[in-house]
Every structure is written in C-alpha cells, then in structure tokens.
Ligand binder design. Structure first.
Ligand SMILES: [Fe+2]
Ligand SMILES: [Fe+2]
Length: 459
C-alpha cells in the first residue's frame, strides 16, 4: 500500500522583532492578542527544527504566514523557509494578513505606535514565494489580485490543491467564477490521473464550533454552496487555518457527497499545533503534535504553558486593569478591539463586579445564581467537586477547550457540563447580553466536542 506522510501548519503570523521597541505601546498590543508577537521567530524555529527531523514528505503552510504583511517579517520568514527547504519539500499559500489587507501596519516604540512600515503588495506575493509552490506546480491559476492557486504532486499518488481564497469578487473570501472553473477542472484531472487530492485554503468551509462564533467572515462567502461544489466535484479533504482554533468536521452536500475539513490552529498561539497526516488508499490518519518548547532570549519556554497563558491573559488583563485606574481599563478594552472610550464610564460599575468575580469560587457562583433563580439546571451535588475552584480558572479552561478542539471533554449531564450550561442559561436570560439559544448550543459543542478526536483520528 502506498503511504505519504504530510505535515500541515497554519497562521505562523511571523512578526519581526525589529518592529517592537519596549514600552507601553507594544505591551498593549501584545496583551490584546491570543497569539505571540516577539516570540514568533523562536516558535517557528522550534517547529521547523522538529519538522526537519521528522519523516514527513512535505510541509504545507495554510496562510497568514506573517503578522500583517510587513516586508521585514516576510524577509525573515522566507529565510526560515529556505533553510527548511534544504531538508523538506515546502508549499505555502498566502492569505490576507500577508498583504496587510486592513492597511494598518504598525510598529511600536515606548508609548508610540507608528505606521511607516513597508508592506508586501498582494500582486508581488506569488513571485516572492515562487520557490514554495508555483515553481513545482502542475498547474497554476493567477487570481484578480495577482495571488496564485496551484496544484502540485506531493507523493506518489497524492496531489495538493493549494488555493488562495482572499476575495470572491463579492466582498467575501472565496473564489470568482473563472477561479472556481479552474478548481473543478483540477479536481477532475486529479481523479483522471489516479491521484488522491488534498485541498488547502485559508478560510473555513465549515463553521466548526458554531456559526455564531466561526461563521460569518471566518468562512468563505456562501460557505455551503462552495463546500457543496467542491464535494460534488469530488474533493474529499480540505485543510484550513484562519480561526486560530482546532477542529475537524464533515460536510455533506444535498447530492450526498462529503468533504472533511481539518481546521489547523495557529502555530504561534495555543496549542501550537503541528498536524501530521499519513495518507493511504484507505484515507487520512491525523496525529496532532505540538512544539514542546522554544528558546527565547536564551530561556527555554514550555510552548503549551506559554501560549495557554497568552490566551487566558486576554481575560486576566481586563480583571487586573480595574486596580490600575479608568484609563488603563479603557486602553486595555480598546486593545481588545472593543470601544474602550465608550465603555470607560462603566469603569465604576465594572470595578466592583470584576473584583467580585475575580475572588469568586464555583460555590459562590452557585449561591449567586440560586439567589437570582438562575440555577434551575444545576444540582448541589454538581458543585461539590468544584466548590473551591476559582471561577476564573473555570473561564481559562473553557477558553482553552474552545481553541484546542475540546481536547478535554465532558459528558452531557456531568457536573462540569451542568455548571457551564447554567451560567450560559443565566447569560441568555440577562436581556442586555443579547444572547440567544444559539449561545447555549455553542457552549454544548465546546464542552462535549464531536466525533473526531483532534489528536488522533482517521478521516
Ligand atoms: Fe490568522
Ligand atoms: Fe486569517
């Protein structure tokens, strides 16, 4: 039986340290991001070293390779790619963060943020990364942006369909008609050539956890139509990035054709996944590994612990700011892309509330929900195993489950499940939160996971 070993990573978001001088501006920016900035080079080096020593036949990177398309980040990243290419075949696609689509490049020094940062034009990306896909391709399609999609043989009987899905011409991610015609022809050609075809693009075809969270702009526009067209043309596998979350799900078209999508999380954020795939005639074996540690300024850092803290610091930094005054509270909300200026007057209400939650145990929370008559679905016995656990620890665990594909699962009806759902039900009942039953379903999906074990499964 033929076997091909492949490795997928995504959203490396390399950030050149030349863009950050120490100070409050960088601290605010870094503290508002779930993924790393200054540490990206060190994490990528550790991951590339792991991959270079592995038995993989080819490495694929599913877009957002740089922080925000800064030329200097591209220059440093391409050097790393050339070094890896001495050991392994490397194929990349670019995505919207590789040409700074929000036209807001930034560098940080002291208290100041400045924008005089040269960025990569989208029409230059194809030539800049010519050696990592287009050069080896069997067929290539140049999009209206000048970016490219291509096919390349990556194993004796395996062909990669590498797609740039930056714009569909209707204001969303996806493909224009001529691009889609080329894609469908390539899927047919692979079948005629006796190749197993594996797709890679940046945006999602499937809103994995729930459309409330990972629908909308996280997916390609008209996601079900696009997924159906690909499945009906005969594509069975797609690897994507973008959401910075791990997930696997299957979509079946109205005609009964299925496509399974593997969402690869960000390499430079929790849980720093490296997705190893063994392709056989029977399907794909998925084994997700992680960068164990990386060396940053001479210090060895545990990657999972470091990136997990980076993620839940998003919550902790807001809690922490209430003791640092109204301005810091407002600035930290702004750094989280919230309207800090508008929310600043809430500081005097938020301060006692957040301080109370910060000190709260699960037992205290239960008492509060009971007083408010919002604890219908949680029994006193559910609280016992978690009684003295801080509520903030519960929030951290939930956030990590959300990002790592529910690696740690809880049964429906378990104590953990009932506690999370009762908080969800309470939030739905509090009208200003404007949450609906969809929110409950999202919580359910995060706590229970689905049929696929992201770390080890067959698709
Ligand atoms: Fe990204
Ligand atoms: Fe993205």
């Amino acid at each position: 039986m033929n076997t091909t070993k492949l490795t997928f990573i995504a959203d490396t978001h390399h950030f050149s340290r030349t863009l950050a001088k120490p100070g409050r501006a960088y601290d605010l920016r870094s503290g508002s991001d779930q993924k790393c900035l200054n540490e990206t080079g060190a994490i990528i080096d550790a991951a590339f070293s792991y991959i270079a020593k592995s038995d993989t036949d080819a490495v694929m990177i599913a877009g957002d390779i740089t922080n925000d398309g800064e030329m200097v980040s591209h220059e440093e990243f391409r050097q790393k790619l050339y070094a890896l290419q001495k050991k392994k075949n490397v194929y990349i696609i670019s995505a919207t963060h590789d040409w700074c689509c929000d036209e807001n490049p930034r560098k940080f020094e002291g208290d100041n943020v400045s924008h005089d940062v040269p960025t990569m034009p989208h029409e230059k990306l194809r030539d800049y990364y010519f050696d990592f896909g287009p050069k080896q391709s069997c067929s290539e399609f140049i999009t209206h942006l000048g970016t490219c999609s291509y096919t390349v043989d990556i194993g004796e009987n395996v062909r990669l369909l590498a797609l740039n899905d930056d714009q569909n011409g209707k204001g969303r991610a996806g493909f224009k008609d001529d691009h889609f015609d080329w894609i469908e022809n390539q899927i047919k050609k692979a079948k005629a050539d006796g190749k197993i075809m594996i797709g890679m693009e940046h945006h999602l075809l499937i809103a994995h956890v729930h459309p409330l969270i990972t629908g909308g702009g996280t997916c390609v526009g008209d996601r079900e139509i696009v997924a159906s067209r690909l499945a009906d043309a005969g594509l069975r596998y797609m690897f994507v990035g973008h959401s910075h979350m791990q997930a696997i799900d299957k979509f079946t078209s109205e005609k009964g054709n299925s496509i399974t999508e593997v969402n690869v999380g960000s390499l430079c954020g929790y849980p720093s996944p490296i997705v190893n795939v063994t392709v056989t005639d029977d399907g794909l074996e998925i084994e997700t590994d992680h960068v164990k540690n990386f060396v940053y300024d001479g210090e060895v850092c545990d990657t999972i612990a470091f990136t997990a803290k980076k993620a839940y610091d998003l919550i902790d930094r807001v809690f922490e700011s209430v003791d640092m005054g109204k301005k810091e509270f407002s600035d930290r909300l702004t750094a989280l892309q919230l309207n800090g200026e508008k929310l600043a007057p809430l500081y005097y209400v938020a301060k006692p509330l957040l301080k109370a939650v910060d000190k709260m145990t699960v037992k205290d929370l239960y008492k509060l929900l009971k007083t408010l008559r919002l604890a219908d679905n949680v029994q006193k016995s559910d609280i016992i195993p978690y009684a003295n656990k801080p509520v903030t620890d519960f929030m951290h665990e939930f956030l990590l489950s959300f990002m790592d594909g529910s690696t740690k699962r809880h049964e429906e009806g378990s104590a953990y499940y009932n506690i999370v759902m009762s908080v969800g039900d309470a939030l739905v009942k509090i009208k200003p939160c404007k949450l609906t039953g969809d929110f409950r379903q999202t919580l359910h999906n995060v706590v229970c996971g689905n049929e696929y074990n992201i770390n080890h499964c067959k698709i």
